[in-house]
Design a protein around this ligand. Structure first.
Ligand code: URA
Length: 274
């Protein structure tokens, strides 16, 4: 049955959509299932058809077993970026991560904060609000993160980014392959900023940055050395709990707060003259 478009039906549709959004429904599912594990393996990207009109369907996500080409392309683009502005432009122009063609608005979300920060905060990946605004950690979880950073005296001392730069559909966790393709850009940001420390927010960030397979509840609060892929750079990194988890489990805030205070104390010690 096809609905007739009338102003009354439009209002009904708008109010239904608003109800769904309020209830947290922020992704549309396809009729046929998509194998995300297979999709996460990523094949050479098909260049999107830039000549097609805005109404044309989005290109299908590249699928396949090998991500080496995408990683090499990301590494080349990242290494050519001489500053953070050029890096942001390189990320926006990069077509090798399939999330770019699956996420809600196809907007790259790179960073916010102090470009000379002694601390880089690395989250998992953008959500709906971030996708809409083009900035990381600006939704409810981001607001909690900001309040905690401010209370710990870290707010002006952070540069904030994520392991992937496009919103995973339905806010699913990014796959390791998607994170691996975006990693050269994260690595280049670390190289350009040269921070004293990294704060890895949530299990998906900690696991991909540290290349470990432990749960965040056992990783958090422990210091690790993050190393660049060529081993030239090493930065001390502290995993902590994700603010979205803290919104669901407020009792865990105490542990995350302890991690932030540990970070502040270490940063203060490093930055104050001996
Ligand atoms: N969660 C993340 O991990 N990153 C964001 O930018 C927003 C929510």
């Amino acid at each position: 049955m096809s609905a007739v478009q009338t102003p009354a039906n439009d209002r009904l549709a708008e109010s239904l959509l608003a109800f769904w959004a309020e209830a947290g429904v922020n992704a549309m599912l396809l009729d046929t299932p998509v194998d995300r594990i297979e999709a996460g393996r990523i094949a050479p990207p098909r260049a999107p058809d830039r000549t097609s009109s805005a109404a044309a369907p989005r290109p299908a996500a590249p699928v396949g077993p090998d991500i080496s080409e995408q990683v090499a392309a990301a590494r080349k683009a990242a290494s050519e970026a001489g500053d953070l502005e050029a890096l942001a432009a390189a990320i926006a122009a990069f077509d090798g991560c399939p999330l770019k063609f699956e996420g809600a608005a196809q907007q790259a979300v790179f960073s916010r904060g102090n470009p000379k920060a002694p601390l880089i905060v690395i989250g998992e990946g953008p959500g709906a609000e971030e996708d809409a605004r083009g900035l990381p950690f600006v939704g409810r979880a981001g607001q909690l993160l900001d309040r905690m950073l401010a209370a710990a005296g870290l707010m002006d001392r952070v540069f904030i980014t994520n392991t992937v730069f496009w919103r995973p559909p339905g806010n699913r966790t990014p796959t390791l392959a998607e994170q691996a393709v975006c990693a050269p850009f994260v690595e280049r940001a670390i190289e350009l900023i040269s921070p004293k420390y990294l704060l890895l927010v949530g299990g998906a960030s900690a696991k991909s940055m540290l290349k470990v397979d432990e749960g965040i509840l056992s990783l958090r609060g422990r210091w690790f050395d993050w190393r660049s892929s060529d081993g030239r750079l090493a930065v001390p990194a502290l995993p902590t709990l994700h603010p979205a988890f803290l919104l669901r489990q407020p009792a865990a805030k105490k542990r995350a707060w302890g991690d932030l205070l540990t970070m502040t104390e270490r940063l203060d010690r490093t930055e104050s003259p001996a």
